[in-house]
Design a protein around this ligand. Structure first.
Ligand code: NIG
Ligand code: FE
Length: 424
C-alpha cells in the first residue's frame, strides 16, 4: 500500500495552483498560510491548511515543516549538463579580452568540448554528469531538461542521449532529453555548414528517431525535443528552419536557441512552428517579442549566461511580459558560458537583471518552466494529481529566494514522494 504522508506546519505553502502564468499576471503564488500537503505514493493527494489536513487524515505519517516555506521543486528547462572535461582556460582568455564568438571562430568554444566528449566513454560521461545532477538536486531542482550537442555526429549524439536516459533512471532527478545535433558546425564541416545541415536532416534526425523507436521501454513517453542554435557562426535562420521543419515532420517537439548575440529571427520561427520554447532572447527585436506575446511558445531567459560571460545585456523581460509572453528562467548549465547548477542563483539574477520580483521569478522557475518542457500537467505546482516534487526551504518568508544568493536555502527535497533531507 502507498504511504500517506502529510507535510504540515508550512509558514507559507506556495501552491502556484493554476495554469502557466502569462504576461503581467506572472507572480501569483497562491499561498496557503500554515499550509499542509497530503502525499500518497509519488503524487500529491490534497492541499489545505495544517488544521484541515491533520483532522481529515489522522492516520497519515507526519513531516513537520517547522514553520518553513514549502513550494514546488524547481524546474530547470534548459541545460547542457552532459559533457566531458572543462573550459577553464577559455574563461581565463575571456577575462584577458577575447570574446566568446572570437574563441569559437578560432576553433575553441563548443568544439573544444566536442573533442573531449567524443573521446569520453559512456561511463565517463555518466560519471561526470552525475556529479552535476547531484548538485542541481541538492539546490532544489527536481526536473531538468538536458541537451545533447557536444557530439555533432550521430554516434556521440546518441551516446549523450543514452547518458541522459540512464541518468534519469538512476538519479532522483527527472530529465527531459533534447537532441541538439545543430549546436555548432563540427570541424569536419568547417567550410560547409550547409553540408552539415543537410546531414543533420537526412541522417542524424532519422537515426535519432529510429534509435528512440527501438528502445524497449523508454523511461520517458515522448520523443526528445529537437533544438537548434540559431546564431551567427552557428546556424542561419534558413538552416534552422530546415532542421526544425524536418524534425517536426518526424514527430519531434521543438525548441530553439535564439537571439543570444545576434537577432536572426529565431524567436518568430519558433512561434510559427509551435515550438515549446525559444531560449536566450537577449537581443530579440520588437516584432519577435510581439510574436512571443500571443503564442504558447515559452520565452526562456538564461540570466546565468550573460552573467557567466560578464556581459551587461539580459533578456528584456518587462517587454516580454508587457505583450503577454509566458516567461520562464533556466540555468543554461554548460562548460562554456554558465557552469551553474543552481536555479536559486538564476532566480537571484532574474530579480536583479530582469527586474522580476521574487514571486515572479519563482513562477518562472516552476510552473512556467514546466510549460517550457511541456510537463505543466505533471509538475511545477502543488496540486492534487501532480507529482509530489516539493521543497522545504530553510526560511519562513519566500522572498528570501532571490533576495539571498550564493548559498543554498534548501532544507529538504521531496522527489516523487520520497524524502531527501539535505539542510540543517
Ligand atoms: O546556451 N549557445 C549555445 N550553447 C551554450 C553554450 C555552450 C558552450 O559554450 O559549450 C549556451 O550558451
Ligand atoms: Fe544553451
Amino acid at each position: 500500500m502507498n504511504v500517506e504522508r502529510i507535510v504540515h506546519n508550512a509558514s507559507q505553502l506556495l501552491t502556484l495552483a493554476g495554469p502557466p502564468q502569462r504576461g503581467e499576471r506572472l507572480g501569483e503564488l497562491n499561498i496557503i498560510e500554515d499550509g499542509a500537503l497530503l502525499i500518497v505514493g509519488e503524487r500529491i493527494a490534497a492541499v489545505g491548511t495544517s488544521a484541515e489536513l491533520l483532522a481529515a487524515y489522522p492516520a497519515a505519517e507526519r513531516l513537520d515543516a517547522g514553520g518553513r516555506v514549502v513550494m514546488p521543486g524547481l524546474v530547470d528547462p534548459h541545460t547542457h549538463a552532459v559533457w566531458a572535461g572543462d573550459r577553464a582556460a577559455e574563461f581565463e582568455m575571456r577575462l584577458q579580452g577575447k570574446s566568446y564568438l572570437e574563441i569559437m571562430q578560432a576553433g575553441g568554444g563548443i568544439v573544444s568540448t566536442v573533442r573531449q566528449t567524443r573521446t569520453a566513454s559512456l561511463e565517463q560521461l555518466i560519471a561526470e554528469t552525475r556529479s552535476r545532477l547531484r548538485r542541481m538536486f541538492a539546490h532544489g531542482t527536481t526536473t531538468a531538461e538536458v541537451k545533447s550537442g557536444y557530439g555533432l555526429e550521430t554516434e556521440t549524439e546518441i551516446k549523450m542521449l543514452q547518458a541522459i536516459l540512464e541518468l534519469t533512471c538512476e538519479e532522483p532527478l527527472d530529465l527531459a532529453p533534447t537532441f541538439l545535433g545543430a549546436h555548432a558546425i563540427p570541424p569536419e564541416f568547417k567550410d560547409d555548414p550547409q553540408g552539415y545541415t543537410d546531414m543533420v536532416c537526412e541522417q542524424m534526425l532519422p537515426a535519432v528517431r529510429a534509435w528512440w523507436g527501438q528502445l524497449p521501454d523508454p523511461p520517458i513517453p515522448d520523443p526528445p525535443f529537437v533544438d537548434v542554435f540559431c546564431e551567427t557562426g552557428a546556424f542561419t535562420l534558413a538552416q534552422s528552419r530546415q532542421i526544425l521543419e524536418t524534425a517536426r515532420d518526424l514527430g519531434f517537439p521543438l525548441k530553439i536557441h535564439a537571439d543570444e548575440f545576434d537577432n536572426l529571427g529565431g524567436a518568430a520561427l519558433a512561434v510559427e512552428l509551435d515550438a515549446a520554447s525559444a531560449d536566450h532572447l537577449v537581443v530579440t527585436s520588437t516584432p519577435d517579442i510581439a510574436a512571443l506575446g500571443t503564442s504558447n511558445t515559452v520565452a526562456v531567459s538564461l540570466p546565468c549566461t550573460p552573467f557567466g560571460l560578464a556581459e551587461g545585456h539580459y533578456t528584456p523581460a518587462k517587454d516580454l511580459l508587457a505583450v503577454g509572453a509566458i516567461l520562464a528562467i533556466a540555468t543554461d548549465l554548460n562548460p562554456g558560458t554558465a557552469w551553474c547548477e543552481s536555479m536559486q542563483f538564476a532566480i537571484a539574477l532574474a530579480c536583479r537583471y530582469l527586474r522580476l520580483t521574487p514571486a515572479q521569478a519563482i513562477v518562472a522557475a516552476t510552473i512556467n518552466a514546466a510549460a517550457a518542457i511541456r510537463r505543466e500537467d505533471q509538475i511545477g505546482s502543488l496540486e492534487p494529481g501532480k507529482l509530489a516534487d516539493v521543497l522545504i526551504l530553510d526560511v519562513s518568508d519566500y522572498r528570501h529566494l532571490g533576495y539571498r544568493f550564493g548559498g543554498n536555502l534548501v532544507h529538504t527535497v521531496i522527489k516523487r514522494g520520497r524524502v531527501y533531507p539535505l539542510g540543517g
